[in-house]
Design a protein around this ligand. Sequence first.
Ligand SMILES: [Fe+2]
Length: 474
Amino acid sequence: MKTILGINETSHDASISLIREGEILFAAHAERYSKQKNDWYNNEEIYTDMLNYGTPTHIAYYEHPQLKRSRIFLKGGAADWKPNITMNLPVKYFNHHYSHACAGYYTSKFNDAVIVVLDAIGEYNTSTIWVGEGEKIKLIKKFNYPFSFGLFYSAFTSLIGLMPNQEEYIMMGMAAYGDPNRYFNKVNAYFSSIKEQKYNFHQGITDWNEHIGQQEQFDIAAAVQKVYELRLLEFMRYAQAKTGKHNLVFMGGCALNCSANTKLWNIFNDIWIMPNPGDAGSSLGAAAALYGKHIDWKDPYLGYDLGGEYPVSKIITGLIKDKIVAVASGRAEYGPRALGNRSILADPRDPDIKDKVNLIKKREMFRPFAPVIMEEHASKWFKMNFASPYMQYAVECLRPNEIPSVVHKDGTSRVQTVNKNQHPGLYEVLSNWYAITGVPILLNTSLNIKGQPLLNDKKDIIDWQQHYMYNITF
Ligand SMILES: [Fe+2]
C-alpha cells in the first residue's frame, strides 16, 4: 500500500500533501507554519505535523525542477535548486501543468471532462487543455511561454503598483471601481485574441507612458479584467469545441478569478475548480498523479488540527454582543479561502461592519467581504442556480440593501454556500443566526492581518489576541 507524499517547493507557495489509497490524510501550506507569506520552502514544523497522519512510502514532486531551472537559467536567473525535504524514498517528478490537471480531475466527481489549466508559467507550458475519461488524462493542446494568461494579468498588477504573483486578487477587487472602457482599446491591444499575444509580459508593461493615479489604477484594473474575461471565454469555447466535453475542470492560478469564473456557467453544464487551484494545490496534484486514479475529496479541512467542537453557541453569543467574532477551530483549510475554521464572522446587515473588519485586518478600505449563506437560501439572495461551497464565484446580489457589508461596489458578492454535510458546525451557526435575525447570511473573511498567512495553531491565536483582538472563539 502506497502512502504518497506530494511536495511543492522551490517555487512560490510551498505545500505538502499525504494520500493513501485515495484518501487525503493531510494537506497544508508551508506559510502557515513558517509565518512567511508565499513561503517557497517547506519546513520542519509542517513535515512533523504531516507525520501525525502517516509515514510516506513514496514521494511525488510537483514539477521537473531541472527543466524549470534550465528555463530560468537561460533567461539569466539562478540555476541552483535545493529542496528542503529530502528523504530516502522512491521519488517521481510530475510536470507542472499535469500536476494541476491531476489535482483538478482526480478530486472531481467527473468521469468525463475537459480540463483547462491556465497560470503564469510552469516549466514551459502556460495554458493547457486535457481530456479526462475514466482514470485517464490525455493532453490535447498546449501553449508555451511567453503566451500566458497569468503573466498578462500579473504584468498589469505590477503596472498599477501592486505585487505581481501575489496581489492579483486586489486588482480584481479594484476593477469594480473603474470604468472598463477608458483603457479597453489600449489594454486589448496587448492581448487581442488567444491566437495573438505578441507581447512578452514577463518583462512587465514597459511602454505605458500615461500617469497612473488612483482613478487610473481602478480604470486599468477594470479594463484588464474585461480583456481577461473576453479571452478566457474565447479560450474556454475553443477548449469545449475541441473536445466536445460539457463538464469543465478548471485549474491554475487563473481559476482564482471569481468574477470571470461565474461566466463559465454559460458554456459548461457543470464545473469543478479544486478549492486550491494554484501552485499550492499541486502538492496534492503530484500525489494524485502518482496514484493515477480519483481520490476521495470530502472537504478542504486538511491541515493543522486545533481540535475541539465547533463553538456554535459562543459564536452566536459573540455575534449578538459584538457583531464580529473571530473563530479558530478544527483543521485548517487547504487553499487560500477561510471557509469557517480560521474565519472572522460578522453581521452583514450593519453597513459599518465592512470598515470595522477592514480596520481589524489592516486592509485597504475599498476591499469587499464575502457572504456565507445556507445553501437552500442562496437563490433567494443571489442570482445563482449552482452551489458555491468554496467561494469561487462572484454573483449578483438580489437584496443588496439588506446585507450592505457583503456586497461589492459592482453589486456582486463572492458567495460561499453551506449545507449540513459540508460543515455541520458552520451550518448550525447560520441556522441559529437565521432564526434570530431572519437573515441566513454572515460575513466570512480569513482570520489574518493583510499580507500575513492565516492563523494556524494555538501560538498564532495567543499572538493575535495579544496584538490585535481579544475575542477569538475556539
Ligand atoms: Fe501553476
